[in-house]
Design a protein around this ligand. Structure first.
Ligand code: SF4
Length: 537
């Protein structure tokens, strides 16, 4: 089928091959054909190509999706779900460069870890070193370019630490990708560049969708090699990984129901249970834990402020997306309808944090980079950007939020590549609802209900970042996640708690099941949804 143009030429619809094809299983064929025709006609009429069709060839995200959500049973992230929650705050809230905890912070932590291992090799081996090589597989290969994975991986492999890196280094590397960096390992000196970060097979039977290998080379020989996995939320594992030794939690729990039983029996808040466990598992004092929480909340506040203060700009990448947090904030403040003002301001705070993430600037994983606009917006709105609750309430809120994230990680997933966006912004919103409830001194049942409500209304949400960039739908979706956290909190704090029909654990189970059954196209591969239907000019 072709369409005749007024200039006498004719054009074949880009969706032509789809029109001739069978609809995928489970999809109504008529709707499938209609959608294909609309995509094709849009392209002809506008002269633009849908992001997921012909233009894909020019984009870094054209690779086929990695295999489903099959995970190796050897991974700790799978095995750990059998015991009590052992995650600590420092493992969970991580500061690092955006835009993605699994595709930016995780890979940078991995290559930085490998660099550290290399420095510990015997001097005679190091003397032979000539190069460092990093291979990216699965989703890291399919969408890594849109996430800046190669820049983060290079920064780590030359010894830069995620939590302290100056974002200007990554900005500069994006602007001048041909830069070469000297590496010194023992007596060996050689150069490293983006050419050493290799986008390898996007599809294969990998232990995890985000698999990497790092190698220290001596000519063609391999001096040291390690396989790693970026398992979501900036967490990393490697082949043969054994978790670090930790203390036993004072109040062991693997479900919200078990946590609530401790709280009920001991007459504790959710935050008090989480604090007691943190002290027992990490070996830190309460004062040290509070100092860490203050560091995290300060980082979140600074992220929102710098996002609001940044001048309007076009974000990197083919979407040419304009930032808008500052505009939305200023106009929301001028809103003549007082009750709309709060919604607009919270949305602006979340846009600000998320735009900072999209710029590749520092973010706090809460639980991930893509969702990193949600919690800072809420922390700022109950702190100096709004309600001005005491710092102690913000600490307690962050503790309650953490246990919601822990449980989602423990019993489901935090990675868009495993579970779609329900696992990222859905979990962030649930954490936010718990934060708001705890910070306003509500009992454990309200905290659990608020988290449940916010998570429930993100179930099934797919991950389809356009062109592989954490911008559309991610940035606005953070604003929705933050506002939905307030809705979850308001419903839970105004209903009769024991009347709630759905409990948090049931919803986490539903998320895990949905993640398992979700088509791999909707798991951070940019092969489905908006990534295919949005027309990029
Ligand atoms: S769509 Fe959601 S899960 Fe996917 S990259 Fe964006 S924020 Fe993350």
């Amino acid at each position: 089928m072709s369409i005749d143009r007024t200039d006498g030429t004719s054009s074949t619809l880009p969706g032509q091959d789809l029109l001739a094809a069978d609809a995928p299983d489970g999809i109504d064929r008529r709707a499938f054909l209609m959608r294909s025709a609309v995509i094709g006609a849009t392209a002809v009429l506008t002269g633009c190509q849908p992001a997921g069709t012909d233009q894909k060839a020019a984009l870094p995200t054209a690779a086929p999706p990695p295999p489903g959500s099959k995970l190796s049973p050897e991974l700790e992230v799978v095995k750990k779900s059998k015991g009590p929650v052992m995650t600590t705050l420092e493992e969970f809230y991580k500061v690092g460069p955006g835009p993605s905890s699994s595709h930016t912070i995780g890979p940078m932590r991995i290559t930085y870890d490998f660099y550290q291992r290399c420095t510990k090799l015997p001097a005679d081996q190091l003397a032979k070193a000539t190069a460092l090589k990093v291979h990216l597989y699965g989703s890291l290969s399919a969408t890594g370019k849109g996430h800046g994975t190669e820049r983060a991986a290079l920064a780590g492999i030359i010894g830069k630490e995620p939590a302290t890196i100056d974002p200007a280094f990554l900005d500069e590397l994006a602007a001048k990708p041909d830069q070469v960096f000297p590496v010194t390992l023992g007596s060996a000196a050689f150069n490293a560049s983006l050419k050493d970060i290799i986008y390898d097979a996007p599809k294969g039977d990998f232990p995890h969708p985000n698999t990497m290998t790092c190698k220290l080379m001596a000519g063609d020989a391999v001096l040291l090699e390690q396989e790693y996995y970026s398992v979501g939320g900036g967490f990393i594992e490697w082949k043969g990984y054994t978790p670090p030794k930790k203390g036993q939690p004072k109040y062991p729990y693997a479900t919200m129901k078990e946590l609530q039983a401790h709280a009920e029996r001991e007459k504790l808040t959710v935050a008090q249970v989480v604090m007691a466990n943190e002290v027992a598992v990490s070996g830190k004092t309460e004062a040290e834990v509070n100092a860490f929480l203050d560091k995290i909340s300060t980082a979140m506040v600074n992220i929102v402020k710098s996002g609001l203060a940044a001048p309007e700009a076009t974000l990197p990448g083919p979407i040419k997306l304009k930032t808008k947090a500052g505009d939305v904030y200023r106009r929301a403040l001028d809103d003549k309808y007082e009750r709309q003002k709060g919604v607009g301001v919270v949305a602006a705070y979340a846009l600000a944090g998320s735009e900072e993430n999209a710029r590749g600037h520092l973010v706090v994983t809460a639980p991930t980079g893509g969702s990193a606009g949600v919690l800072p917006a809420l922390v700022y709105s109950i702190g100096e950007g709004g309600r001005k609750l005491p710092q102690q309430k913000i600490r307690e809120g962050l503790l309650a939020a953490a246990c919601v994230g822990y449980l989602c990680k423990h019993n489901a997933t935090l990675a868009g590549a495993e579970g779609g966006c329900q696992a990222e912004i859905g979990v962030a919103s649930a954490m936010g609802a718990a934060l708001l409830s705890q910070a306003h001194d509500y009992p454990h049942q309200v905290v659990a209900n608020a988290a449940e409500s916010s998570l429930e209304h993100h179930l099934g949400m797919t991950c389809d970042p356009v062109a592989g960039f954490v911008q559309v739908p991610c940035i606005e979706r953070c604003a929705y996640g933050a506002v939905k956290a307030w809705v979850g909190f308001l419903i839970a704090s105004n209903e009769i708690p024991i009347n709630r029909r759905v409990d948090f654990d049931t919803t986490v189970e539903a998320m895990a099941l949905t993640a398992k059954e979700m088509n791999a196209k909707y798991k951070e591969t940019s092969e489905g949804g908006l990534a295919v239907s949005l027309v990029l000019c």
